[in-house]
Design a binder for this molecule. Structure first.
Ligand SMILES: [Mg+2]
Length: 271
């Protein structure tokens, strides 16, 4: 696994802004997302992680169980408004962008080419540049960011929210502030929808895994989220879950076994 420098400084930032770790929506996988409800709430674009969110790690094709949900997503947002941001395809670990091309072909959407791994601010800048370049530009508050890892996908989405509004996210600030734009952007204190200009992207955490990978780190991430929910006395997924998560139960996901030669040979390594 490559060294993720932008990810290494996350714990220090969490000391001051623990809510960066809180997902707005928690689902097992994307089949539970209500695309129509998201569109109706003003979300026009989507950023997706790849590994263990849409594909099996080190594989470029969509997990077969997600075919219908993925088609519905593309139909709802439009393929040009959906972007794959991976810490494998499209990075320096993908020389020549060969894997990015393959993923783009199989998933039918563009793959972001970026030099810094998620959740780096330079990666965020690349995402904003892409969505600003569209014929109908998409703002941060009109994006959903979907991924299976707290320390990369969710932190990145919430970092975008941090820069999208002026209100506090820290525990101390939150305790002294009862109502402001940033607090409402991440954790609404009432049933009023924050307007698109003042909110950040919607951070969506997929907790299921299609192939076991970094399970100890995933356990730590879950414990961190639980702890921050208690510490800050807030859980945005209660509010957003009622609105954007389908009630029906999805079939249990079969977890693929790792090949015996895991991890793959050098030069084929991906995050
Ligand atoms: Mg992933």
């Amino acid at each position: 696994m490559p060294l993720n420098i932008p990810g290494l400084i996350v714990p220090f930032q969490l000391l001051f802004y623990p809510r960066l770790a809180l997902p707005a929506v928690v689902v097992k996988d994307i089949r539970q997302l209500d695309w129509a409800a998201l569109k109706a709430a003003g979300y026009r674009g989507a950023v997706f992680d790849k590994d263990n969110c849409l594909t099996i790690p080190h594989n470029d094709t969509l997990v077969p169980q997600l075919q219908d949900a993925w088609s519905d997503c593309l139909h709802t947002f439009g393929p040009g408004n959906v972007l794959i941001v991976s810490n494998s395809a499209g990075t320096h670990l993908d020389p020549g962008g060969i894997q990015a091309e393959s993923v783009s072909y199989h998933l039918r959407v563009p793959v972001l080419t970026h030099r810094s791994l998620k959740p780096a601010y330079t990666c965020i800048t690349s995402i904003r540049t892409y969505f600003a370049s569209l014929a109908s530009p998409i703002r941060d508050g009109e994006l959903i960011v979907v991924g299976d890892r707290i320390f990369t996908d969710i932190i990145m989405a919430n970092r975008m929210a941090l820069k999208s509004s002026k209100a506090p996210l820290s525990v101390a600030e939150a305790k002294t502030t009862t109502s402001n734009s940033r607090q409402e952007a991440l954790i609404p204190t009432n049933e009023k929808e924050p307007d698109v200009a003042s909110r950040g992207p919607l951070a969506i955490w997929t907790t299921g895994v299609w192939q076991k990978e970094s399970m100890a780190m995933r356990w730590c991430e879950q414990k961190l989220v639980d702890r921050v929910r208690v510490w800050t006395n807030s859980d945005p997924s209660v509010y957003y879950g009622r609105r954007f998560v389908k009630r029906e139960v999805v079939e249990e996901m079969p977890v693929a076994k790792r090949p015996w030669y895991w991890p793959p040979p050098m030069g084929n390594e991906k995050a």
